[in-house]
Ligand binder design. Structure first.
Ligand SMILES: C[S@@+](CC[C@H](N)C(=O)[O-])C[C@H]1O[C@@H](n2cnc3c(N)ncnc32)[C@H](O)[C@@H]1O
Length: 252
């Protein structure tokens, strides 16, 4: 370990009070502490991330909640150490959260944090996202840093309910990812992807969020195959091929 990298939990910045309601902030602080200690020791988060836990991780992930409706069922795929799933569950007790992660070391940590914080609305599932295909659907399927959109669609869309959406945190190359996924977006029958910049007026780097819904919810039926056929009830021939809508949202 780099002796210059501190494992200590960074003190709570002012922006955290904006991202988390006062009754949820102590839970966010405890999670930050667990990430900075156990999370680093167990190799779940890099030690260099500790000083920027709040702005690069907790606040950024909490901003994604702007795209999640009240009372939604949410599946966070590839949760890792709980980003963004655990942050959303901490910020939003109205959600019913399922964290899906294949690696035991990570699900053990997720279960420990869930128990420590008494997050009764969180379920941890050890497995790949595709293991739930045909068995479960959710209002929202979230992810961060799991796969390029082209592959993410195949893992996420079979879990998205007819009126639901994939909501992923992405980087600045989101437009290139959308262009590269044009064929898959059409094959899955998706509506034009929407890109939002969340937290532009916050003292953190904005969160780039990508939302992909079904083109025609009335044509979605389950179980969906992981590779949609060229013709089939769930395929929307009119789906936009890679066009995206960029929205700039401001948090009030
Ligand atoms: C780069 S990490 C990102 C973790 C976390 N989302 C974050 O942003 O810190 C990618 C995660 O996706 C998980 N993963 C890989 N393939 C997956 C799949 N098919 N279904 C669900 N999770 C998967 C990995 O185990 C890993 O924890």
């Amino acid at each position: 370990m780099d002796p210059h990298v501190s494992r200590e939990t960074p003190s709570t910045p002012e922006v955290a009070r904006r991202a988390f309601a006062s009754d949820r902030l102590p839970l966010a602080e405890r999670y930050a502490e667990l990430l900075a200690t156990d999370g680093v020791v167990r190799g779940l988060i890099g030690p260099r991330e500790t000083p920027r836990l709040w702005d690069r991780h907790l606040v950024n992930c909490a901003l994604l909640g702007e795209l999640i409706p009240e009372g939604a069922t949410v599946c966070d795929i590839g949760s890792g150490a709980g980003l963004p799933g655990l942050v959303l569950a901490i910020a939003r007790p109205d959600l019913t959260m399922t964290l899906v992660e294949p690696l035991l070391r990570r699900t053990t940590f997720l279960e420990e944090v869930t128990a420590d914080l008494a997050l009764d609305h969180v379920e941890v599932v050890r497995g790949r996202a595709d293991a739930l295909h045909g068995a479960r659907t959710f209002d929202v399927v979230t992810s961060r840093a799991v796969a390029p959109l082209e592959r993410l669609l195949g893992w996420s869309m079979p879990l998205v309910s007819p009126a639901g959406a994939l909501v992923a945190m992405k980087g600045t190359s989101v437009d290139e990812e959308i262009a590269a996924a044009a064929d898959e977006l059409a094959r899955w029958g998706c509506a034009p992807p929407e890109v939002s910049l969340l937290g532009e007026d916050w003292p953190v780097s904005p969160t780039v969020a990508l939302r992909v819904a079904w083109g025609d919810p009335s044509r979605v039926s389950w179980p969906l195959a992981t590779s949609p056929a060229r013709s089939g009830s769930q395929r929307q021939r009119s789906a936009s091929r890679g066009r995206s809508t960029v929205k700039r949202r401001r948090r009030t």
